[in-house]
Ligand binder design. Structure first.
Ligand SMILES: *Cc1c(COP(=O)(O)O)cnc(C)c1O
Length: 356
């Protein structure tokens, strides 16, 4: 038994892994594998339709939104979002809250005027900037709701005075409730909290499209993908199917609100131990601590290797921190059980007893 704390690709519900493994061998009793049937077969179209409907249902997205499953990862959306939403003579506001946000900013500058209106770079992205004004001239405000590498998360959506939000939600989509009406666009790579790598979820407000004057390559145009029901080209069928199974699982567990309660309780257990245990600390500002990715360090860096070895012995894997932060990162996505976190906090307490 392993407790999988990897940041991404990441833990999925065991039932989902088992069912998708069965579908690789024999999908829907067709005598064929899921990955050897046409994406235009009625069996696969049913999968895509269910994935779209579950997304809308779980997030409360009405008919003004379209849901797409595309290739290219969240990273392609760094360019695709401004290409489709921001004209050359318009400006957009971005917040710089980490590595992924910085990459989104870099690409957006190719397609319009971009102002970084708030940043937490001054303190190695250990907090979420607050107290800034958003000028109504901006076409949108782009945020990264959860900063996977630095372990910070917007606990409240920023005030934007009516300026629509665009968000990279790769590492916290379906982990908690939020007001979808504030958004013109949401995107998320599947491989953090939803499925295997290869699919990217895009939720876009229909009325936000078709307003830029530039020519768009066919594959970069959301409208083409909408018209084709995410089948303008061959979609990543296995990633879409497995994501759909995860969405079914979330719904069966009570939906996003139920996930949120569990996630808050799970993260609370780990942060409480980090705060209590004199051997560990977290660099993350207390108001902005992510429920998905918990970054923590040791006061005595020399002991980090020994601690990781103890974690591995207990079955806890994937805890190495990102190289830009160091220390440890425990990713506690929806599929991580409370038991996994109790095993980890037990190792932390044992380590305090033997080395403290
Ligand atoms: C992992 C991650 C990305 C990059 O996703 P890819 O699918 O690899 O392009 C972007 N943003 C956030 C917040 C992430 O966690």
């Amino acid at each position: 038994m392993k407790y999988n704390f990897y940041a991404g690709p990441a833990i999925l519900p065991r039932e989902v892994i088992e069912e998708s493994a069965r579908a690789i061998l024999n999908f829907n009793n067709m005598g064929l594998s899921l990955i050897e049937i046409s994406h235009r077969s009625k069996e696969f179209i049913a999968v895509m339709d269910e994935a779209v409907e579950l997304t809308k249902d779980l997030l409360g997205a009405g008919s003004e939104y379209e849901v797409l499953f595309l290739g290219g990862g969240a990273s392609l959306q760094f360019a695709m979002a401004p290409m489709n939403l921001l004209d050359d003579n318009q400006s957009a506001a971005y917040t710089d809250t980490g590595t992924w946000a910085s990459k989104a900013i870099k690409d957006s500058k190719l397609y319009g005027k971009v102002d970084v209106i708030a940043s937490s770079k001054d303190k190695n992205y250990s907090y979420i900037p607050k107290g800034y004004e958003v000028d109504p001239k901006y076409r949108y405000l782009h945020i990264t709701t959860n900063n996977t590498i630095f372990g910070t998360q917007y606990k409240k959506l920023p005030e934007s005075g009516g300026v629509p939000l665009v968000a990279d939600m790769s590492s916290d989509i379906f982990s908690r409730e939020f007001d979808i009406d504030r958004f013109d666009l949401i995107y998320a790579g599947a491989q953090k909290n939803m499925g295997p790598a290869g699919a990217t979820l895009v939720i876009v407000r229909k009325s936000a499209l078709g307003k830029v004057s530039r020519q768009l390559p066919a594959m970069m145009n959301y409208s083409n993908h909408i018209e084709a029901g995410s089948m303008y080209n061959t979609p990543p069928v296995f990633a879409v199917y497995t994501s759909m199974l995860t969405l079914r699982w979330i719904k069966q567990k009570g939906g996003v609100g139920a996930m949120q309660k569990l996630n808050e309780a799970k993260a609370g257990l780990l942060y409480d131990e980090i705060d209590r245990n004199p051997m560990f600390y977290t660099p993350t500002a207390s108001d902005d601590r992510s429920d998905m990715n918990v970054c923590f360090l040791m006061n005595d860096k020399e002991l980090e290797g020994a601690f990781l070895a103890k974690c591995k012995e207990a079955g806890c894997v994937g805890l190495e921190g990102h190289r830009s932060v160091g220390g440890f990162r425990a990713s506690l996505y929806n599929a991580m059980s409370e038991e996994g976190i109790r095993v980890l906090t037990d190792v932390m307490r044992d380590f305090e007893r033997s080395h403290g």
